[in-house]
Write a protein that binds this ligand. Structure first.
Ligand SMILES: [Zn+2]
Length: 147
């Protein structure tokens, strides 16, 4: 099993399963935490607390408050990515929800009990800053990170 493989289906989210658009509880698995990943327990618009970190994570530690924007992956190797403009990745940035990630899984967004994200796509939120106010920055998070 690779580090990208999906773990057990212990993540609870809400999903629309037909054209009615009604949301219902949905259990699914997130991929396993890799060396550069950490797991977040998110709130609305993906604001949450780090609960696990991979061995290469140096920007965050367990208990940190973080936010995740509108994309969660990129090639990390093209000219745009090398200029920290991952949202313009020449191979296509992976959207936070309903995109196909590098491991072939479909990203499922933050309306769930946790998410696994590479540290590159996360941003620190001061611990004394209310999560209910911080989430606004991540609704259209790329506006704050791309000039
Ligand atoms: Zn790229």
């Amino acid at each position: 099993m690779s580090s990208e493989a999906v773990q057990n289906e212990d993540c609870l989210g809400w999903a629309a399963r037909d054209v009615s658009g009604y949301l219902s509880p949905y259990k699914f698995g997130r991929r396993a935490v890799g060396n550069d990943d950490y797991t977040v327990v998110p709130g609305h618009e993906i604001v949450g607390v780090v609960k696990e970190v991979g061995s290469n994570v140096d920007r965050f530690k367990m208990g940190d408050h973080v936010g995740v924007g509108t994309y969660v992956n990129s090639c990390r190797d093209c000219d745009h990515c090398n200029m920290d403009l991952d949202v313009y990745c020449s191979k296509g940035a992976v959207g936070t929800f309903n995109s196909i990630d590098v491991d072939g899984t479909i990203t499922k967004g933050g309306y769930s009990s946790s998410i696994v994200v590479h540290q590159r796509y996360c941003f620190t939120i001061p611990k004394d800053y209310p999560a209910a106010l911080a989430h606004h920055c991540y609704v259209r998070g790329s506006l704050f990170t791309v000039p």
